[in-house]
Design a protein around this ligand. Structure first.
Ligand code: ATP
Length: 306
């Protein structure tokens, strides 16, 4: 029996190493987009998280020196608050989230978390403190349960299911042929954008980071899915310092502050009602989305009657 137990143990070990390798692979995909010059400072310390207050101070950044993207951006996200960034396509919204995660180093200014410059702390500790729900989540060729558990590898099945419930994806999983053991990814079931995003949210709920970055999908979602995702996001961002990169304005109504980015500077800032009252860029974006939503409704009615 011993003879059999040993190789099995070794196989188990190798298997978990391979899984770990896959997990690191996802990390590597994240990093592919990263500047190779981003390295830990010689005296880098682990980030000492208090409550996760974030500050951008006069941040200047360009991917290519000839084309500045951010021209001196300053804003704060007090601990536990939510700041949403909106603005035209290409304004640099997602760039802000990449800089907070330190995929790139800024050229001037500072980004701090609880008073510590992100360039002065270890990248591992920085990324452990931040949960990222990206625009498009890549799922592993593994079970849907594993894809959620990846947020915290030692989580129990009950914890995985609880996270799935909060992320509003539990009902969907229960309809799958093998439930939590259903294979997903390229070689398994293909999930819709909204389902994948809810898996990413469940993963982040398990990770329970003090800081959250939500990079909303650009793709249009149906109203029901959008409401489900919104409920999941509200739940996960409760009491967490949250940066929302928003493409749909309906998700920013309740943000503590909305930043309107345009041409590398902050064009407008305030709450949803402040910005509507200003009757500027935000108000016109809002009205355009309302009109688009109304047109869509009318189209549906016409189709339903036909
Ligand atoms: P969208 O709403 O379309 O997602 P965004 O406001 O999030 O846009 P960013 O993704 O931050 O925009 O991009 C800002 C600008 O930087 C764009 O003009 C883009 O082409 C450019 N850019 C983004 N990533 C890179 C990169 N890795 N290298 C060079 N330029 C880049």
């Amino acid at each position: 029996l011993m003879q059999l137990a040993l190789p099995l143990g070794v196989i188990g070990f190798v298997y978990s190493e391979v899984r770990q390798g896959l997990a690191n692979l996802e990390h590597m995909f994240d990093l592919l987009d990263m500047d190779p010059e981003v390295v830990d400072a010689a005296d880098a310390r682990p980030l000492a998280i208090d409550r996760g207050a974030i500050s951008f101070r006069d941040v200047q950044f360009a991917y290519d020196p000839a084309r500045p993207i951010l021209k001196g951006i300053s804003f704060d996200i007090p601990a536990g608050h939510t700041v949403a960034v909106v603005g035209p396509s290409g304004a640099g919204k997602s760039t802000l989230s990449r800089l907070l995660y330190r995929f790139y180093d800024i050229q001037d200014g500072a980004i701090t978390i609880d008073g510590q410059d992100v360039r002065s702390v270890t990248q591992t500790s920085l990324r452990a403190a931040i949960g990222m729900v990206p625009q498009d989540t890549v799922l592993f060729n593994d079970t849907i349960g594993y894809n959620i558990r990846y947020g915290r590898i030692d989580a129990s099945q009950a914890e995985v299911e609880q996270a799935a419930q909060i992320a509003q994806v539990d009902q969907f999983i229960k309809t799958l042929p093998d439930g939590y053991k259903s294979m997903v990814g390229e070689r398994g079931l293909k999930l819709s954008g909204g389902e994948k995003q809810r898996v990413a949210i469940a993963r982040t709920i398990l990770k329970a980071p003090p800081i959250l970055i939500l990079d909303e999908a650009t793709s249009a979602l149906d109203t029901r899915t959008e409401q489900d995702i919104q409920a999941a996001l509200d739940e996960v961002s409760k009491n967490r310092t949250t940066l929302v990169i928003a493409h749909r304005l309906s998700t920013v109504i309740h943000a503590d502050e909305i930043i309107v980015l345009k041409g590398g500077t902050i064009a407008e800032r305030g709450t949803h009602s402040d910005l509507l009252a200003q009757n500027g860029l935000y108000a016109s974006m809002w009205n355009r989305q309302l009109e688009a939503a109304r047109a869509e409704e009318q189209l549906k009615e016409v189709r339903a009657r036909a």
